[in-house]
Design a protein around this ligand. Sequence first.
Ligand code: ADP
Length: 550
Amino acid sequence: MMPSACEAELAPNQANYVPLSPLSFLKRAAHIYPDRDAVVHGERRYTYRQLHQRARRLASALERVGVQPGDRVAVLAPNVPELLEAHYGVPGAGAVLVSINIRLEAKTIAFILRHSAAKVLICDREFSAIARQALAALETRPLVIDIDDVQVRDAELIGELDYEAFLDQGDPMRSLSLPENEWQSIAINYTSGTTGDPKGVVLHHRGAYLNACAGALIFQLSSRSVYLWTLPMFHCNGWSHTWAVTLSGGTHICLRKVQADLIHAAIAKHGVTHMSAAPVVMSMLIHAEEPCERRANQPVAVITGGAAPPSAVIAAMEARGFNITHAYGMTESYGPSTLCLWQPGLDELPLEARAQFMSRQGVAHPMLEDATVLDTDTGQPVPADGASLGELVVRGNTVMKGYLNNPEETRAAFADGWLHTGDLAVLHPDGYVEIKDRSKDIIISGGENISSLEIEEVLYQHPGVIEAAVVARPDSRWGETPHAFVTLRADALTNTSGDDLILWCRERLAHFKAPRHVSLVELPKTATGKIQKFVLREWARRPLEAPTET
Ligand code: ADP
């Protein structure tokens, strides 16, 4: 018989094909580590057996109130056990999780609830006031379930049901349903919508499984890992770490508020080994009154990303004993999709040079097929010369399904078979990419391209600078000039002026790149903690006599 005919008879069956879903991770962790702490929140602790049971009860209870496969279940909560449980219980009922950013205003929360047609809203008591406002704007109210945490007492309860009572209605023996098809949606995450209505990024079980595997690999998670939740779980499902930590059987440590003293205390108390943090959180730790230093025998690995980490911030964290890994990604890619991978010889470099290297966005993570930089005019790969600027594009199994009810934006995002990130980058000769800007952030002065990140990098090296962001200021002679907005440490305010910072840059950069103007301000941030450059661009258009200008 022809081998091909024989092979044709080999079809997938239950023995050799199981849809990829991170739900399998929890079942496995509960089997292997039933008594290991799965999640700790203040005085509350759940083992993996308990977490699995609670997730199963949640799936069952959702089903009993009429949630059907494909329905959306929204959660408005900070990093509490209930949000982690929802990452299993909601898809375990075949439903789709919509975790909403707690820093959003009522109007946007209402938009998300309406756009996702959420049937249920699970709402943490701390955010009941804003949720009440959002719900008032809806034509159809979802079923509202209150999370009544002992850490929050003074806020009202707005739901029809209490979360614990709701869980009690669920069957702890109902198994979490694996999807029939791994392409089934697992979550919809809304982008921050800085340029219009937020877009609903639809993610599938397969991508979540694979991105969690990549996360566990690049972060070297194991059953000994203790993961501190300094990154919001509502942000790309905590960069898929909600699933990756469970995959490895590590312990999730919840944290309601991201504050330097609380992080410090949690690291010491729980023996934290891993955490993820945007560069602004690292800056906060570096400049905290009480310095956050790891204990000598307890290394803390940190994945940073979400915005470009200045090398000075990486160096300051490494000097304090944190091991930094820099990752890059988007909501559209389940969180991290590239990382600045370690190379032999790196450890021997002086700290500054090492940090400089680590501030690159790097190479595709193990589950991403490809990441490259394309010339924005020709669509061809740019030369790997570390200088030619193009758009960073990625493709692979950890890229979203598309935007919910938005075929036009979906088509644009996937043009020519790549996910277009809108980030401008160079490709170094060693194949590592380095982002220079978002496409709309590049500054063109006298016909020269100036990377705002390059200027920010130099500003962050100044000892008095906590945060810095540079945007284009319209200029009649040059077209545009760089305008820096800077937050100084309180102790630097008396002896550092805007002119000093301009001089600092001129000594370290080509003169045309140095900012022409510096404003000492509190920087405006998005709900995900990113600096709002569009607001700064507005400010940069104003005349210079504003009181904060120097
Ligand atoms: P939003 O566009 O709503 O802010 P994301 O949170 O998905 O949504 O942000 C993705 C963007 O964040 C990327 O396109 C990029 O501009 C920026 N970003 C994320 N990680 C990094 C990084 N490591 N370095 C530079 N920029 C980053």
